[in-house]
Ligand binder design. Sequence first.
Ligand SMILES: *Cc1c(COP(=O)(O)O)cnc(C)c1O
Length: 393
Amino acid sequence: MFDFADRVKNLPPYGLARTEPLKEEARRKGLDLIDLTIGSPDLRPPKAVIDALKEALEDPKTSYHRYSPFKGLPEFREAVATWYKRRFDVTLDPEKEILPVVGSKEGLEKIALALLNKGDVALVPSPAYPAYLGAVHLVEGAPYEMPLLPQNDFLPDLDAIPPEIARRARYLLFNYPNNPTGASEASFYEKALAFCAKHDVLCVSDIAYSELALDPGVTGRSIFQLPGAKEIAIEFQSFSKTYSMAGWRVGFVAGRADVIDALMRIKTNCDFSVWPAIQRAAARILTGPQECVEFYREKYRERRDAALAGLERLGWWALRPKAGMYVWIRVPSTYGSSTEFVRDVLMGTGVAMTPGIGFGRYGEGYVRIALVEEKARIEEAFQRVAEWAGVAR
Ligand SMILES: *Cc1c(COP(=O)(O)O)cnc(C)c1O
């Protein structure tokens, strides 16, 4: 009988998949589920991108139906370069410094494949987007979880990384504005670049939420706004959250040319890039008017405010997220674990949240809600929880 590879046998369950059986159980019990677990935007993509996809489908040229070039369509890479220039005043070479990915998740996995030999260290924040850890496990690398703690404003403390770990590290990964904590980067980019230069480590920035600022004065930043960053950094961006296009599977990675080339060489063996019709539509939305994003920001802002009001009434602590689409909530001290807490709330109310442990070791003690239901539904979720917790008026 054949056996599975060690990397599969030892693969921990994906962080966001943990609540699936619980949700199933709640449905079987006939509960009206309010699912705030996965950050899968419920809002429709902008009309412009749907129109652009329809146009690509009707275009008599067959090129939008053939295999994509391995490097992606030139029009896509040029649109990304235009976006970086406009948005961050950053100049990138669309030939050598930009590559489409089948969602950032795909690209993050290829980074691990490109940089880690068995046992090599990747520095990943904890809690974090679960694919960061998953990618390292898949190549049998050694993840080092950098704790994101409230006393450090949920920023990694790079000085606390043991020298032995820094010496074995191949890349440092971070994401601001942050999922799941909602923290912003402050001056972390400068520190991260200095650390990476000192230890000869690739700097990997994920800016999936750079366009979803919720408070005035908050502006997403690109790592490439710092001098010298292109020599040592790459950056991921996605259409999933900015334009509510998670199912389309399209994003891009930009930066250091030899890393982009290595990713492309890996990908030639794995896929044929993103469907060209989607690349064309994505290029259009990226270079078109951005008012559509304000609509999403407004939605997430009102949902966040509804959630924060509900939390205040419950007396549960949460960081006020200045950007993004999540609220990171501290589990009340009467509970032992985030998983137990999530189960009790779900079975008692039908409201599903993700236990913090699903985002890494240092996520324990917290739960995350994703603001992927309308405001009225979020209010209802908190009303039910308030009744369950016995604080309803
Ligand atoms: C949602 C998310 C992404 C986007 O992933 P895609 O694969 O592009 O859909 C990337 N990073 C973080 C931190 C996310 O939360």
